[in-house]
Design a protein around this ligand. Structure first.
Ligand code: CU
Length: 232
């Protein structure tokens, strides 16, 4: 009985070791050391054949709800069909263009714009789709609304399947990353310039990385929007 138990425990240990063969844990912090949520972490492994167990959605939904884009930041693969869904009872006139272009350039660029009619009582929300497949779409697209200047969101398009948003504690964790050399790309909406790629040597076990964005201050968490209706 004792021997049997030991063998079982050994088997469990082996399984546990395989399960976290290589974990890459990245924390993104601001200039004061505070965690930055909604930063995008992209892992670029040299081993391009390796795929994460859970793939990014090819049909993510970006809702318009109470004058906000929900989620405020979406990480999507190249070629994803992003579904915009207006859950508000008023119209939104959404625009999107590369986040690093100026207002003047944005007018000329091949961004997109579309009107989504407000949701009528008892009816399904209006949806429209945008396929993020144009060359040059990689990186962040800034979302806004021509009608409501306060609305702001981002869609980050990635070629690498290893991409995630940081959580409230500033962490993005890849549990099944391939071992070997990889590069790390970090994007954050308030970071004015792209950071140089960081090289990692991913080994079995937990690989911890902390990236400090010295030009960024964590924003105060936005209060939940009022539930009362807006007059439009
Ligand atoms: Cu709007």
């Amino acid at each position: 009985m004792k021997i049997l138990l030991s063998i079982q425990m050994l088997a469990l240990l082996v399984i546990a070791q395989v399960a976290n063969a290589a974990t890459v844990s990245v924390q993104v912090i601001d200039k004061n050391g505070k965690p930055l949520p909604d930063a995008v972490v992209v892992l670029l492994p040299t081993n391009k054949a390796a795929m994460p167990k859970v793939a990014l959605s090819m049909q993510p939904v970006v809702a318009q709800e109470k004058m906000q884009f929900v989620p405020a930041v979406s990480v999507v693969p190249l070629g994803a069909k992003v579904i915009f869904m207006n859950n508000d009872s008023w119209n939104h006139h959404i625009r999107g263009y590369a986040a690093n272009t100026s207002q003047v350039e944005a007018g000329k660029s091949n961004g997109f714009s579309m009107v989504l009619e407000g949701k009528s009582a008892g009816k399904k929300a209006v949806t429209k789709e945008i396929v993020m497949d144009k060359p040059g779409v990689l990186g962040a697209t800034l979302l806004g609304c021509f009608i409501h200047g306060s609305m702001s969101g981002h869609i980050y398009v990635t070629e690498s399947p290893w991409a995630a948003k940081t959580n409230a504690e500033g962490f993005a964790i890849f549990e099944d990353a391939p071992e070997g050399v990889a590069h790390l790309r970090i994007w954050q909406m308030d970071q004015p310039v792209d950071l140089p790629l960081k090289q990692l040597d991913v080994t079995a076990g937990i690989n911890k990385q902390v990236t400090q964005l010295t030009q960024v201050t964590a924003r105060r968490v936005r209060a939940a929007p009022a539930t009362s209706g807006y007059a439009y």
